[in-house]
Design a protein around this ligand. Structure first.
Ligand SMILES: Cc1cc2nc3c(=O)[nH]c(=O)nc-3n(C[C@H](O)[C@H](O)[C@H](O)COP(=O)(O)OP(=O)(O)OC[C@H]3O[C@@H](n4cnc5c(N)ncnc54)[C@H](O)[C@@H]3O)c2cc1C
Length: 436
């Protein structure tokens, strides 16, 4: 038996790293277990290979791309740094108030809009075009330090070579400085129970079996929580989930392209309450475009000649809770395709984007619409169904804390919400440990 921890956290994305950091600040003995390594992404297109390998571009049975991270810091390492606070209405539904935690997290992550020179001229052109059409586009908030960020870099999704973007590594590394143990390349496979309570985890690292023991176990592995929970008989986990379906729409505007502009630094949330859609300029780089063009059909591959000329905008939607996670299927670990309502939402967004791109100067013939994909797997272990309002499962002392507990699809950037949930859970864990 290895040393007993107060808290074992499985997964180092925003939810897990926050719990590790918060509990280590409270002088608790913390173990953070991460199945991936600590890849330092290069911030250039060659690192795309690393991204594909470690940030799991995974295909659903229906061949929709879904991103499943496997790296220290989780998907936050490849995020665009777009900052949106936890949506109040979604959490009101389950009786949770995250306002204090969100305010604290926003201040720590340095959330703010960026100066115009970092936003970039293509983004500003798209914003003006949209507003000329009567839409309400604004500069959006980011968790990016403008003093470290460089105009024209725009490599947020390749790991931010300048270290300007907040990622969960910031909190994971702070946890280690505070005394937490971090084990990488170690995959948790099972929870150990005694008298109905969670007391530890079984893990595997390069074929070596390991066991770790702790008073509280927090699963923050996203979709991977499902396999661990089902082994405990929590079969409702992963029987439906959300991926926040998105579609990239690109057009060629002479003299412009979004590849050198900050992704998601402008855009609009004006259709969110009415239609569940948001629109933000961002377009995949050449390597991702190749994958997406192939998935759309070989006849679209010649369009890659414009790979460095596209100006692109993404529509992202609140998708319906459908599909299923198959934790033990290595080829197609999900089934998820847009429902009729999802398609209507996506189509509405695509129509608006076409208008904006054309107004900004893109000929209709240059417009390319990629297939739907899903960047934010979430809501597979929902509050009120798989976990309670304290994020505890029906196995005592076993919690989930990450995007999987969201009560519904957010259709919004998730990081700020996951960090806020991590802060809230940490208060609950501390109270419990003090009274135990
Ligand atoms: C390309 C891209 C861009 C994005 N841009 C933004 C953005 O601009 N703003 C925003 O807010 N959000 C963005 N997101 C979404 C956001 O990054 C994720 O929603 C967020 O990281 C989810 O956090 P999480 O806490 O659920 O953990 P995740 O980030 O999902 O991390 C989970 C971690 O757990 C580990 N793990 C899983 N299972 C195990 C196991 N059994 N044992 C050990 N470790 C395990 C994984 O390796 C992973 O590191 C983006 C996502 C992608 C893919």
């Amino acid at each position: 038996m290895e040393r007993e921890y107060d808290v074992i956290v499985v997964g180092s994305g925003p939810g897990g790293a926050t719990v590790a950091r918060e509990m280590s600040r409270r002088k608790r003995r913390v173990l953070l277990i991460e199945r991936g390594g600590n890849w330092k992404l290069l911030g250039n297109t060659l690192s795309m290979a690393m991204v594909l390998k470690n940030f799991g571009l995974t295909l659903s049975r229906e061949l929709n791309v879904v991103v499943v991270p496997k790296n220290f810091g989780g998907a936050s390492v490849v995020s665009c740094g777009a900052a949106v606070p936890p949506p109040k209405a979604v959490f009101d539904e389950v009786g949770i108030d995250l306002s204090r935690e969100a305010a604290e997290a926003g201040a720590e992550m340095g959330v703010d809009v960026l100066p115009d020179e970092l936003v970039g001229k293509t983004n500003m052109r798209l914003l003006e075009a949209a507003n000329d059409l009567g839409y309400n586009w604004v500069k959006t908030e980011k968790f990016i330090n403008p003093d470290l960020c460089e105009p024209g870099c725009a490599d947020c999704m390749l790991g931010c070579p300048k270290g300007a973007k907040w990622t969960a590594r910031v909190y994971g590394e702070e946890a280690v400085r505070n005394g937490a143990d971090l084990v990488l390349r170690t995959t948790v496979t099972e929870v150990i129970r005694e008298s109905g309570k969670a007391i530890g985890v079984k893990a595997s690292s390069f074929g070596r079996k390991r066991e770790f023991f702790g008073k509280r176990i927090v699963l923050s592995g996203g979709t991977a929580n499902v396999g661990i929970l089902r082994r405990l008989g929590i079969d409702e986990a992963g029987t439906s989930f959300a991926v926040d379906f998105l579609q990239f729409v690109g057009g060629v505007i002479p003299g412009m392209n979004t590849t050198h502009d900050q992704p998601m630094a402008v855009g609009t949330f004006e259709h969110y309450d009415s239609d569940g859609i948001i629109l933000l300029p961002v377009f995949p780089n050449w390597a991702m475009q190749s994958v997406m063009a192939l998935l759309k059909g070989p006849q679209h591959v010649p369009r890659l000649k414009d790979a460095f000329r596209f100006s692109g905008i993404m529509v992202k939607i609140r998708d319906e809770l459908k599909g299923e996670i198959y934790p033990h299927n290595p080829v197609f670990p999900f089934s998820k395709e847009p429902t009729e309502q999802d398609r209507k939402r996506l189509n509405k967004g695509v129509d608006i984007i076409r208008k904006v791109l054309k107004k900004a100067g893109a000929p209709e013939s240059s417009i390319l619409v990629f297939n739907p994909s899903g960047a934010h797997p979430s809501a597979s272990c929902r509050i009120g169904e798989v976990v309670d309002r304290n994020l505890q499962t029906r196995v005592k002392n076993l919690y989930c804390c990450d995007a999987s507990v969201l009560p519904a699809s957010l259709g919004l950037p998730v990081v700020w919400t996951a960090v806020s949930l991590g802060k809230r859970l940490s208060k609950h864990l501390e109270e419990g440990l003090q009274t135990a």
